[in-house]
Design a protein. Structure first.
Length: 95
Protein backbone atom coordinates (compact mmCIF):
# COMPACT_ATOMS: atom_id res chain seq x y z
CA UNK A 1 0.00 0.00 0.00
CA UNK A 2 1.19 3.52 -0.82
CA UNK A 3 0.27 6.35 1.54
CA UNK A 4 0.22 9.91 0.19
CA UNK A 5 0.27 12.53 2.99
CA UNK A 6 -0.30 16.22 2.24
CA UNK A 7 -0.05 19.17 4.61
CA UNK A 8 -1.66 22.44 3.54
CA UNK A 9 -1.10 25.93 4.91
CA UNK A 10 -3.51 28.44 3.41
CA UNK A 11 -2.91 32.13 2.91
CA UNK A 12 -4.64 34.51 5.32
CA UNK A 13 -8.18 35.54 4.38
CA UNK A 14 -8.74 32.59 2.03
CA UNK A 15 -11.11 30.58 4.23
CA UNK A 16 -13.87 30.34 1.62
CA UNK A 17 -11.46 29.31 -1.12
CA UNK A 18 -9.74 26.81 1.20
CA UNK A 19 -13.10 25.27 2.10
CA UNK A 20 -14.00 24.96 -1.58
CA UNK A 21 -10.64 23.35 -2.35
CA UNK A 22 -11.07 20.84 0.48
CA UNK A 23 -14.59 20.04 -0.75
CA UNK A 24 -13.21 19.37 -4.23
CA UNK A 25 -10.33 17.33 -2.84
CA UNK A 26 -12.68 15.22 -0.72
CA UNK A 27 -14.93 14.62 -3.74
CA UNK A 28 -12.08 12.96 -5.64
CA UNK A 29 -12.54 9.79 -3.57
CA UNK A 30 -15.95 9.36 -5.21
CA UNK A 31 -14.72 9.71 -8.80
CA UNK A 32 -11.16 8.34 -8.91
CA UNK A 33 -11.34 4.57 -8.49
CA UNK A 34 -7.66 4.22 -7.59
CA UNK A 35 -8.21 5.98 -4.23
CA UNK A 36 -8.51 3.14 -1.73
CA UNK A 37 -9.07 5.36 1.32
CA UNK A 38 -8.94 9.10 2.01
CA UNK A 39 -9.13 11.24 5.15
CA UNK A 40 -8.97 15.02 5.55
CA UNK A 41 -8.58 16.71 8.94
CA UNK A 42 -8.19 20.24 10.26
CA UNK A 43 -5.23 20.86 12.58
CA UNK A 44 -6.34 21.55 16.17
CA UNK A 45 -2.85 22.49 17.42
CA UNK A 46 -2.83 26.13 18.49
CA UNK A 47 0.87 26.44 17.50
CA UNK A 48 0.23 24.97 14.11
CA UNK A 49 2.49 25.12 11.13
CA UNK A 50 -0.13 23.70 8.76
CA UNK A 51 -3.91 24.04 8.63
CA UNK A 52 -5.03 20.74 7.13
CA UNK A 53 -3.77 17.22 6.55
CA UNK A 54 -4.95 14.86 3.82
CA UNK A 55 -4.04 11.17 3.85
CA UNK A 56 -4.76 9.07 0.77
CA UNK A 57 -4.06 5.35 0.48
CA UNK A 58 -3.52 3.48 -2.78
CA UNK A 59 -3.27 -0.29 -3.09
CA UNK A 60 -0.07 -0.08 -5.15
CA UNK A 61 2.35 2.20 -6.97
CA UNK A 62 0.45 1.83 -10.24
CA UNK A 63 -2.76 3.17 -8.68
CA UNK A 64 -0.84 6.06 -7.13
CA UNK A 65 0.65 6.96 -10.52
CA UNK A 66 -2.78 6.83 -12.19
CA UNK A 67 -4.07 9.22 -9.53
CA UNK A 68 -1.14 11.59 -10.11
CA UNK A 69 -1.81 11.56 -13.85
CA UNK A 70 -5.59 11.92 -13.55
CA UNK A 71 -6.80 15.24 -14.97
CA UNK A 72 -9.44 15.59 -12.22
CA UNK A 73 -6.69 15.48 -9.58
CA UNK A 74 -4.63 17.99 -11.55
CA UNK A 75 -7.61 20.37 -11.80
CA UNK A 76 -8.14 20.31 -8.04
CA UNK A 77 -4.42 20.87 -7.45
CA UNK A 78 -4.40 23.85 -9.83
CA UNK A 79 -7.41 25.36 -8.07
CA UNK A 80 -5.54 25.36 -4.73
CA UNK A 81 -2.32 27.04 -5.85
CA UNK A 82 -3.38 30.70 -5.50
CA UNK A 83 -4.57 30.07 -1.94
CA UNK A 84 -1.64 28.08 -0.55
CA UNK A 85 1.13 29.60 1.51
CA UNK A 86 2.87 26.22 1.82
CA UNK A 87 2.41 22.59 0.90
CA UNK A 88 4.33 19.58 2.21
CA UNK A 89 4.04 16.06 0.85
CA UNK A 90 5.35 12.69 1.99
CA UNK A 91 4.71 9.42 0.15
CA UNK A 92 5.68 6.06 1.62
CA UNK A 93 5.00 2.37 1.41
CA UNK A 94 2.94 0.97 4.28
CA UNK A 95 4.46 -2.34 5.28
Amino acid sequence: MIRHVLLFKFLPDTQAEAAEFLRRLDALKDVIDEIHHQEIYQNINFHRNYDTVCVIDFLNQEDYQKYCDDERHKQVARYSKPYLEDLACVDYEVL
